[in-house]
Design a binder for this molecule. Structure first.
Ligand code: HEM
Length: 322
């Protein structure tokens, strides 16, 4: 506890007084006052010399403590995992890919009924009828997750934030150019990404476009009789063509673009488990999302610095308590 300067002063006065009382009778009052003042001046000099040294020592001690804390935090970070997908995001992704797998497996054989795969599927599902029911179950999954996702990005803070990160920006175009330059040997460094790369953004927006086309055209086909009451047959023909062609395009996009980037790319093979655990380790974070990693570290450093400065500028009592 810091002592009260007023009471210290009073104590000093008291001690001095006691010492001088003995000589009181022999010395005049002015001489006593002079000695007292002189002693006080000398002590003030001592204080002036010693306080800065003491403060410097204290600062050094605090800096060493802060450095040790930072070292311990860095060790912790070495094993740290970073959240990539929250539980809500993972559930949406699982429903989305399960629905798409069912839709592709039960849809494409209708487009290529003479293929080996179609015969295999219709053999297992005892004909087209049952595989049509499976297709509708998959469709219900896709519609449900799409509707939920709209609500998620419109009404939840997390959804809006992620959506903002996914929004295409000029930076993505520059990253594409940067990566092309790197791939053809005109640059030494590949593009460095933040939370979502242009590859992931393309994946995300392709699903948007694909889902809109597939759900609208699929619904027209599903409720053909009702559709034809209001629209000419041409509308159903267009829906069938759009559904059939977009199905092939979506399947190829998934198999070529998505599968390469998240499975067959040697950096990822066989896959990142983030879709299940929601987490990636530090190494993956630095490799695939270096800008996000640096932003997190910078925010932490600022926070730690703020903490140390607050601690250093706090009164001594407060420092001991904290
Ligand atoms: C990833 C999504 C989807 C894929 C890959 C897909 C694929 C396909 C394919 C290839 C066909 C056959 C087209 C042809 O005969 O040329 C088809 C038919 C059909 N699809 Fe989809 N589809 C998807 C989503 C949907 C959705 C969301 C719905 C409903 C809203 C739907 C409803 C239908 C219907 C009603 C048919 C007609 C065949 C039948 O009656 O079983 N599909 N689909």
């Amino acid at each position: 506890m810091a002592s009260d300067p007023k009471s210290t002063d009073d104590d000093l006065d008291g001690t001095l007084q006691e010492a001088l009382d003995e000589l009181d009778s022999e010395l005049p009052a002015e001489a006593l006052a002079e000695i007292k003042a002189e002693l006080k001046r000398e002590m003030a000099d001592v204080i002036r010399r010693r306080v800065p040294a003491r403060v410097r020592r204290e600062l050094r001690r605090r800096r060493i403590r802060a450095a040790r804390r930072a070292e311990a935090a860095a060790d912790e970070v070495a094993e740290e995992e970073f959240e990539r997908l929250t539980l809500v995001m993972r559930i949406q992704h699982i429903i989305l890919f399960s629905s798409c797998i069912i839709l592709i497996i039960t849809g494409l054989p209708l487009k290529f009924p003479d293929s080996v795969f179609a015969k295999l599927l219709f053999g297992v599902t005892h004909g087209i009828h049952f595989s049509g029911i499976l297709h509708r179950i998959g469709a219900a999954g896709l519609i449900a997750v799409s509707a939920f996702h709209m609500g998620y990005i419109a009404f939840s803070r997390e959804g809006r934030e992620q959506w903002r990160h996914l929004f295409p920006r000029l930076r993505d175009v520059l990253d594409v150019i940067g990566n092309v330059k790197y791939f053809v040997g005109f640059s030494r460094e590949p593009a460095r990404f933040g939370r979502f790369s242009y590859i992931e953004k393309f994946d995300y927006w392709a699903v948007y476009w694909g889902s809109v086309v597939m759900i609208l055209s699929g619904a027209l086909l599903w409720f053909q009789d009702q559709t034809m009451r209001f629209l000419p047959k041409l509308a159903v023909d267009i829906a069938k063509e759009a559904h059939s062609d977009e199905a092939l395009l979506a399947t190829l996009a998934i198999v070529i673009w998505h599968f390469y980037n998240v499975h067959f790319n040697p950096d990822r093979f066989p896959m990142s488990w983030a879709w299940w655990t929601g987490k990636i380790d530090k190494e993956e974070m630095i490799k695939h999302h270096p800008l996000e990693y640096e932003a997190i570290m910078a925010a932490r450093a600022t926070e730690a610095q703020g903490g140390t400065e607050r601690e250093a500028s706090a009164p001594p009592d407060h420092q001991q308590a904290s």
